[in-house]
Design a protein around this ligand. Structure first.
Ligand code: BGC
Length: 476
């Protein structure tokens, strides 16, 4: 059975099926779950890897971060491939990379083999991080699109939490010698399960209707649109897609034309702003930050689980609000809260206040991020680019997001441990910087991000055909 079977419509299905949209979006969001699991599993395994392969500081850093290099390669390949081969094939490819990497990182004989397979997993993460939200946006009717794409963020944070728990249980299943010899292998190997699930389930989902229309496969696209949105809406969606695509095949140079240049720059800056808020400093270094202000090691682990849980719970707030209140209010409110929370973290670190005060501000920051910039940035990136160039444009924005992630997570220890900065700021300096950048985000969203709630994708792309004037943007 293939995706095509799912596209058959029964005549009585005039209203479209939310279940169908949720089902295929849930399959695509397994890509998000693997993204979350893969990026977090390393935190519980790195200590044992270091002992097992006798790694020095540099090699330990490389073993921990080499996946990010793979991510950038994955996004670079997935952008053009998703325009050329289709969204579904790229997701299938990502699933294969995840599976090969899970087995390869579970069974390496030396660190070189480990790094190679870990980078292959990174390729899968990079590809899935852009294609899952893009696919979901393209199959969802406008009125649910925000919620559906936010499902992907829910899957990312579930993957992160799953990795924390899997690591915790595996680490507790044996003594240190067992963990160094075998425990970490199970942590990586466990990823094979969701990878196989994604691989198998992808055979049951259809290709994106927008990509099919772009390829001239109108009939097939129409059946999927009818199944998702019902006959009436499918008809008008089809007309809009064809009108938007009718302006000719996209060329790479088109990305640099005035209107496109603007939307591309806006997408890239928004992607970078999500990362320079410092989110992954907290995701990757939380236990270290908590220990620095006096938490015991086991308490720090528990506090980290609290971070993962708050991250997940508050994603539901975004899912509830994104199609009701809109993207702009969520991002403006959320980034304001993030700026205040970073200031609170800065003050707690500077004054050496109780660790619990710092934990409270960290949790406040995560709650604000999870209900706004976390999901909504991916929603906006999946919808602001024109269909003809969506894959490539989203690829460029996503590469920038991963590049910014790399820079922020690599420079945090340097800023946090610089003797001069420590003397003057007492470990608070990086948080002031992230807080200030959250203020920049608020101003950027207020001035430059249009409200896209409830609009068909082809309406959104009309905003960019001419060099947009400020007053063309809806107030939101
Ligand atoms: C970000 C990731 C981050 C995650 C945390 C995502 O939206 O892109 O970099 O690790 O949220 O929940």
């Amino acid at each position: 059975m293939t995706g095509e079977l799912l596209t058959n419509t029964r005549p009585e299905q005039d209203k479209g099926s939310l279940l169908f949209v949720v089902g295929i979006s849930a399959v695509a969001s397994l890509g998000g779950l693997l993204f979350g699991y893969d990026t977090s599993v390393i935190s519980g395994a790195i200590g044992s890897l270091r002992t097992r392969f006798v790694l020095d500081g540099t090699m330990t850093g490389w073993a921990a971060s080499c996946a990010l290099a793979g991510c950038m390669i994955g996004v670079a390949l997935a952008g053009p491939a998703s325009d050329r081969l289709g969204r579904r094939k790229v997701l299938l490819g990502a699933a294969v990379f995840f599976l090969v990497s899970a087995l390869g990182t579970a069974l390496p004989r030396n660190i070189t083999e480990f790094v190679i397979f870990r980078m292959l997993g990174g390729v899968g993460v990079g590809a899935a991080s852009m294609v899952s939200p893009l696919y979901i946006a393209e199959v969802s009717p406008p009125q649910f699109r925000g919620r559906m794409v936010s499902l992907n963020q829910l899957a990312i944070v579930s993957g992160i939490l799953l990795a924390y728990f899997v690591n915790y249980f595996i680490a507790g299943a044996g003594d240190e010698a067992w963990n160094v010899a075998l425990g970490w292998r199970w942590m990586f190997g466990a990823e094979a399960l969701p990878a196989v699930l994604l691989l198998v389930l992808l055979f049951f989902v259809p290709e994106s209707p927008r990509w099919l229309v772009k390829e001239g496969r109108r009939e097939q696209a129409g059946a999927i649109l009818r199944r998702a949105a019902g006959s009436a809406l499918a008809h008008s969606e089809m007309q809009r897609i064809e009108a938007a695509l009718g302006q000719g095949k996209a060329k790479i140079a088109e990305l640099l034309r005035p209107g496109m240049r603007t939307v591309l720059a806006i997408g890239i800056v928004l992607a970078v702003l999500q990362q320079v808020s410092g989110i992954n400093v907290i995701m990757y270094y939380a236990p270290e930050i908590f220990k620095q202000v006096g938490s015991a090691a086991d308490v720090a682990m528990l506090q980290t689980v609290a971070v993962g849980s708050v991250n997940m719970i508050f994603t539901f707030v975004a899912i509830w609000a994104v199609d009701r209140l809109g993207r702009r209010p969520l991002m403006i409110l959320g980034a304001t809260g993030m700026a205040l929370a970073q200031a609170g973290i800065g003050i707690s670190a500077f004054t050496g206040a109780s660790p619990w005060l710092l934990v409270a501000f960290v949790l406040g920051f995560i709650a604000c991020f999870a209900s706004s910039m976390g999901p909504v940035v991916w929603v906006v990136l999946s919808e602001i680019f024109p269909t003809r160039i969506r894959g490539r444009a989203m690829g460029l924005a996503t590469i920038s997001l991963w590049g910014a992630n790399l820079v922020v997570s690599q420079t945090f220890p340097m800023l946090n441990e610089n003797p001069w900065l420590v003397k003057v700021f007492n470990h608070s300096f990086p948080f002031w910087v992230y807080g200030a950048l959250c203020v920049v985000t608020v101003a950027f969203v207020m001035r430059l991000i249009p409200e896209t709630r409830g609009k068909p994708l082809e309406e959104i792309e009309k905003l960019w055909h001419v060099e947009p004037q400020r007053d063309e943007y809806p107030a939101g």
